[in-house]
Design a protein around this ligand. Sequence first.
Ligand code: HEM
Length: 381
Amino acid sequence: MSKTFTREEVSKHKEKGDLWIIIDSTVYDLSRFLTIHPGGLAALLDDEVAGKDATDTFFALHRFEVLQNPQYVRLKLGHIQGEEPQMIKPPPGSLSEIPFAEPTWLSKGCHSPYYNESHHRLQTAIRKFTEEVVFPDAQAREEDGKRVSQHIFEARVRLNLPAMALGPGPHLKGLTLMDGAVKPEEFDCFHELVIIQENSRLHARGYSDGMAMGTYIALPAIMKYAAPEIRDKICREVFAGQKFLSLAVTEAYAGSDVAGIRTRATKTEGGWIVNGRNEQEGGIIVLLIERGEGIETRLIRTSYSTAAGTAFITFDDVFVPDTHVLGHPTDGLRTILSNFNHERLVYPSSALRNKISNFHRWALACGSIGTQRAIVEECFK
Ligand code: HEM
């Protein structure tokens, strides 16, 4: 039971070193918070605020979520006798009631032929998982810039989220997806859309990239071009959370101009020697390089959170066997560009494949729409 106070008692604490206020029937002690309040000290010492009920003033300037933040929950002293909070946090997994926050297929009275019961089940399960399990870690890591916590990787593996992130295809066969919310054989591109868009609700762009982006952009080339035994081994390890991938196509000289990279692979007996310093000559080769001798990585501080894990990789005389060449050794640009188009695996029918490959950068489009909805929702709040 939290402590109870009368409004009269609260009104006695209205000075700089002894400051209480009431928000939504809850009493907060702001005596020590005063000097670090982002909105300044004067706002809190105002005659209409100090020792008073500041509910309306507070909600005119802050979102409800501010009070849910653990660092501010600690400011709670108790509540006003005989009163109940009016602002209730919706249970995890709920749909938002903010206008335009949800897509039309989740809005009451709307029907879309693209979504069936399994999409609804998956959406509910992912939202609940995102809000309850991932969101707190996402906010903390986005703030401290550290790597996604191990328990999140493990939880994602248990639900087979890394495999689902790669979209529909034979790699899902035999897996239990999101505790059975969707069957592997019914998983389609709209299930993938659901996963991507729910992710936008984390409000943690760097963290989201750190959670899965390396796999998402690097694994398709392996799934499409690697020899079956290598492909199956890597997929198994990645889907089990034992291996992480990154796509190394950006250089200091080339930016994101893939055709301009200078890292060089020189043919040798049974494979290739990779060095990251020489001038580029000839065509582009795409190589699957396992971490080992001659490879060093270090974190890059980008303009977003280092939780993304963006890293600088150096290659010094790294031997890569011929078995690890993805696609044709001189036609790597095609390999890597097909990857970018998210044109991966064998879709069940050629008609569907053609339809899908029109969705260039499917994931980016889905993510961008999800993020725009999240922005509209935040602005409304
Ligand atoms: C428990 C009490 C309070 C907490 C934890 C708190 C926390 C915060 C935080 C975290 C911000 C940064 C913006 C945001 O994240 O929304 C902020 C901004 C602000 N707060 Fe508070 N605040 C409290 C009470 C109040 C009260 C009673 C007032 C009364 C006027 C106030 C006035 C402001 C103002 C003017 C801003 C700046 C708004 C802006 O930049 O748009 N705060 N507060």
